[in-house]
Write a protein that binds this ligand. Structure first.
Ligand code: 5GP
Ligand code: MN
Ligand code: MN
Length: 497
């Protein structure tokens, strides 16, 4: 636990251990980020009436997978009042993790891996998914997320993935998603093409896309139970198959983000120099102007889409399993964002907890009225393609503002992972089953060097050697008291976009 001295007297804490070294570049980026203190003071000085309260950076914490990104480090937890920092949640609004458990035995699934691979390829990449939606459905999804879908999609509308949706229980599902999978928005901005036309059902949509890079749908085996009591309460046993989904709002979130990033530049007062690092601040004063409201609505539209996207990817994995193994149970354990702002109330002030590549890890008291009121919030920490991931239970640790790391973090940049590691990569590809849109087993594909090389290059940037070891990250989370490990999950097969 390190406290970072800074000229502004902001409370900044970094969590690491000897095996999770802190990169100097990430610390430089963090120091540059803190200059937003100067930006917000300057903006406040010229337009104090645009702030409902005096702007304040309340605290900053960096989780153990802290690393350099573009402007704001991954692993940043930033709490403010009076203003928000739109950039401090990253470009992929509501990127997050979802975990399900099944009644399947991992050995049985491994025996059917070829079939499952074929089913997944068709489902995720070859028009096997069917998610028709009417304009009303999309409107409800963007305004009210998954809760909105439960409100407007009736049981008679059951084509494709909707037949799986109707097999899920509304109350149970919503209680297992951060904020019920619904960030209620008042309006929809700039997403006309996604909405389609009233009265018409359309099929082409972004919904059900994994997205590229390190997003995935992964079939896993519960390898080790690390906390028997919590695992039992959450229905997990060794040998069981779990399904983890990592994705966000894909191009919808990108569109929403571009929209509000340009708004933020517009409200920056003339006469005040623009922040050199491009980190703008957005004053929040609901009674004075509507830029804050537009920001919340746009962020919520994207976040609601991402909640629905993860839900459908889960349903698609369920359908793929049933195609190969017959009727299966598929229960949601938990779904939470790791790129997002949470509004909180602290001693009478509305505060904004920004998490960029950090997940909430709230304690049991903060989880009252959810299935997690006894053991705390489930925390999903993926390792990497081919390495174990972990499920933990949140402790509500104040030092990180009730947060934990959201992954292992990259060890080498995408570029650097392309140099060397020849043998490691070959060995990895021989022993691990990755499902991509390109079927390496098909002869006509394996003869197309161009296609093969492009896909292999993408996979190589995501191979295990490109990421830090997950072990020391989990140790740091545990030793600091952020969360308690509940189970280790080993990958059986990973679907990559
Ligand atoms: P991010 O949200 O920063 O894009 O990624 C979160 C984390 O996902 C990464 O830090 C890495 O630890 C993990 N990760 C990346 N690819 C995979 C994968 O294919 N499988 C699993 N289980 N984890 C992955
Ligand atoms: Mn993402
Ligand atoms: Mn992510």
């Amino acid at each position: 636990r390190l406290t970072l001295d800074n000229p502004y007297g902001i409370d900044v804490t970094i969590f690491a251990n000897e095996k999770v070294p802190i990169e100097p570049a990430a610390v430089r980026e963090l120091n540059s980020m803190l200059t937003l203190h100067e930006t917000v003071e300057a903006v406040h000085a010229v337009m104090p009436d645009r702030f409902a309260e005096v702007p304040l950076i309340r605290n900053v914490a960096l989780t153990p997978d802290f690393h350099k990104a573009s402007g704001i480090p991954v692993g940043t937890v930033l709490e403010t009042s009076g203003f928000v920092v739109p950039q401090a949640i990253g470009n992929d609004i509501n990127c997050g993790m979802r975990l399900h458990r099944t009644n399947l035995d991992a050995d049985e699934v491994k025996q059917r891996a070829d079939e499952l691979e074929t089913a997944c390829r068709s489902m995720f990449f070859e028009a096997g998914r069917r998610i028709p939606m009417a304009w009303e459905h999309r409107e409800a999804m963007l305004l009210s997320g998954i809760e909105g879908l439960f409100d407007v999609v009736d049981a008679s509308f059951d084509e494709g993935m909707w037949s799986y949706f109707h097999r899920t229980d509304r109350e149970d599902t919503l209680s297992r998603i951060d904020r019920n999978g619904n960030l209620q928005a008042g309006n929809i901005y700039g997403l006309e093409s996604l909405l389609g036309k009233p009265g018409r059902i359309s099929r082409d949509s972004q919904i059900g896309s994994i997205g590229g890079g390190n997003h995935f749908v992964e079939f896993q085996r519960v390898e080790r139970i690390l906390n028997g009591q919590v695992a039992h309460a959450w229905g997990l046993e060794a040998g069981m198959v779990t399904v983890m989904v990592h994705t966000g709002s894909v191009s919808v979130g990108y569109a929403c983000g571009s929209f509000y990033r340009s708004k933020v530049r517009e409200v920056h007062p003339t006469g005040i120099s623009h922040p050199e690092n491009g980190i703008y601040v957005l004053p929040i004063a609901p009674d004075v102007d509507d830029t804050g409201a537009i920001f919340w609505d746009t962020m919520s539209n994207a976040a609601n889409f991402a909640f629905a996207n993860r839900m459908f990817l889960g349903l698609m994995a369920w359908a793929s399993l049933e195609q190969c193994l017959g009727e299966t149970t598929f229960d949601l354990i938990y779904d939470a964002p790791h790129n997002m702002i949470w509004k909180e109330d602290k001693d009478g002030h509305e505060t904004y907890v920004h998490r960029k590549g950090a997940c909430p890890a709230r304690g049991y008291d903060a989880m009252a009225d959810t299935p997690f009121a006894h053991y705390g919030e489930p925390v999903l920490v993926p390792g990497s393609m081919g390495a174990s991931s972990y499920l933990l239970a949140g402790n509500g640790f104040a030092g990180t503002n009730q947060s934990a790391a959201h992954g292992a973090g990259r060890a080498v940049s995408r570029g650097a992972s392309m140099k060397g590691f020849e043998r490691e990569f070959e060995a990895f590809m021989r022993q691990f089953r990755v499902v991509t849109p390109v079927d390496f087993r098909r002869q006509e594909i394996s003869q197309r060097r161009d296609i093969m090389q492009k896909k292999l290059a993408e996979l190589r940037q995501e191979a295990p050697f490109a990421y830090k070891g997950i072990g020391p990250v989990i140790e740091t989370i545990k030793d600091a008291g952020m969360a308690r490990p509940v189970a280790e999950l080993r990958p059986i097969m990973t679907v990559k976009g």
